[in-house]
Design a protein around this ligand. Structure first.
Ligand SMILES: Nc1nc2c(c(=O)[nH]1)N[C@H]1C(S)=C(S)[C@@H](COP(=O)(O)O)O[C@H]1N2
Ligand SMILES: [Mo]
Length: 201
């Protein structure tokens, strides 16, 4: 049964698949709860907390430079997909629009539908992170987080918030939805940071 959905990684690919992961066939969808349907006209993105509060529209995002990205995608439920092709906007380009309080060290990602996930400022502002609005050349489908999602390639994909609509800037770490439910605060796939240590002890 599993063979229908998973492939054993080949040699070179194998080196790119973190421990405990299998290659997925296709591009699975993993969503907790209902799939929000948000048009680009109604889509709005807010920043608040320890930042100058601001709201950005779809067209505000579209004035930022757009790039093609190729990134591996690792879900904590043991599937990985290599070389996902996205179109999007660099987190660092977006962050140049934001006035941050120097005390900021953590962020809560907020989404349409109420999903949240936490990330440190350091993990967030990496050059390879981006907001994606296309995948494999097509407009990002609702189920993959359209119209806009975050992609953080170096962490498990639960940090890559779909239907993202805001960032809350924090001095101290707070836990998001899966993190409050036993998943790791950081979620680095090469270190297999799957579950919080509180659940391991
Ligand atoms: N808003 C929101 N974002 C989310 C999720 C979710 O349930 N809601 N699931 C996360 C998880 S666990 C994974 S593996 C990826 C899956 O992305 P995909 O459905 O595009 O494959 O989205 C992440 N982002
Ligand atoms: Mo996941």
């Amino acid at each position: 049964m599993l063979g229908k959905f998973f492939q054993k990684p080949g040699k070179e690919e194998g080196e790119r698949v973190p421990p405990g992961q299998h290659l997925a066939k296709g591009f699975p969808v993993l969503t907790y709860g209902a799939t929000p349907q948000v048009s680009t006209e109604e889509w709005e993105f807010g920043v608040w907390g320890l930042a100058k509060p601001a709201t950005f529209s779809w067209s505000d995002f579209m004035t930022l430079p757009q790039h093609e990205f190729t990134a591996d995608f690792h879900c904590v439920t043991h599937w990985s997909k290599l070389d996902v092709k996205w179109t999007g906007i660099k987190v660092t380009d977006f962050m140049s629009l934001i006035e941050l309080d120097p005390k900021v060290a953590h962020i809560m990602e907020h989404c349409y539908g109420g999903y949240t996930t936490n990330i440190s400022l350091k993990d967030f502002i990496r050059e390879e992170n981006f907001f994606a609005f296309k995948v494999f050349g097509e407009v990002l489908p609702d189920e993959h987080g359209g119209p806009m999602r975050l992609v953080v390639p170096h962490l498990y994909a639960w940090k890559s918030a779909k239907w993202i609509n805001g960032l809350e800037f924090l001095a101290g770490e707070e836990l998001g939805f899966w993190e409050r439910n036993g998943y790791h605060r950081r979620g680095e796939p090469w270190a297999e940071e799957r579950y919080s240590s509180a659940f391991n002890s």
